[in-house]
Design a protein around this ligand. Structure first.
Ligand code: ITT
Length: 199
């Protein structure tokens, strides 16, 4: 019997969003910390989906129940999709986002508005006790800004500008971001798949 969901992430910004997005699901959603699970997982996949599945399966083996994981990142078209699946590792895992964000702004110096297109991508994987793995994907299109703006969200949000909203994703309220974000979209698709399985 599946009586809880463990969400396999060490990223607190993600976890905050996940809790809100999955608020109305009938099962309790526990972080790895809350489930008492510690894991160093090598994300050696070539796609967001592969990496999400690697994380979900690794933690599933340790927890026994249903495990969800998120692999996500920022794709900048002018930089041929960088940092992409390496978004967390870009310039080193311990480098601050102030520095990473400024570096990306600098790499786009002189690039005009219409060539600053970018997207956030999120793959969610669900690993079941019977070995089954499901994945979903969500994206949100935007542009790289000229300076950091806003203090909500996490990671690259302050430089991810949404032309139709006239602000960055770090300037949106958490619930507003979740309603349009890559993570919101991918998680809501996963919630539907879980519902179809009676969860
Ligand atoms: P876990 O693997 O433990 O979940 P992580 O931070 O290492 O945590 P990823 O490998 O999926 O996770 O890297 C995702 C990175 O992409 C994240 O650290 C941010 O830099 C960036 N990112 C993803 N979603 C984002 C969002 O909604 N807003 C801002 N940055 C985001």
């Amino acid at each position: 019997m599946i009586d809880k969901i463990v969400f396999a992430t060490g990223n607190e910004g993600k976890m905050r969003e996940v809790r809100l997005i999955l608020e109305d699901i009938s099962l309790p959603v526990l972080s790895m910390k809350e489930a008492g699970i510690e894991a160093e997982i090598e994300e050696n996949g070539k796609t967001f989906e592969e990496n999400a599945a690697i994380k979900a399966k690794a933690v599933q083996k340790l927890s026994g129940g249903l495990v969800l994981a998120d692999d996500s990142g920022l794709e900048i078209d002018y930089l041929n999709g960088e940092p992409g699946i390496y978004s967390a590792r870009y310039m080193g895992e311990d480098t601050s986002y102030r520095v990473k964000n400024q570096n990306l702004i600098d790499r786009l110096a002189g690039v005009k508005d219409e060539d600053r297109t970018a997207r956030f991508v999120c793959a969610i994987a669900a690993a079941f006790p019977n070995g089954e793995v499901l994945t979903t994907r969500g994206t949100i299109e935007g542009r790289i800004g000229y300076e950091e703006k806003g203090t909500n969200g996490f990671g690259y949000d302050p430089i991810f500008y949404l032309p139709e909203y006239g602000c960055s994703t770090a300037e949106l309220e958490p619930s507003e971001k979740n309603s349009i974000s890559h993570r919101g979209r991918a998680l809501r698709l996963m919630r539907e798949l879980l519902k179809e399985r009676g969860l």
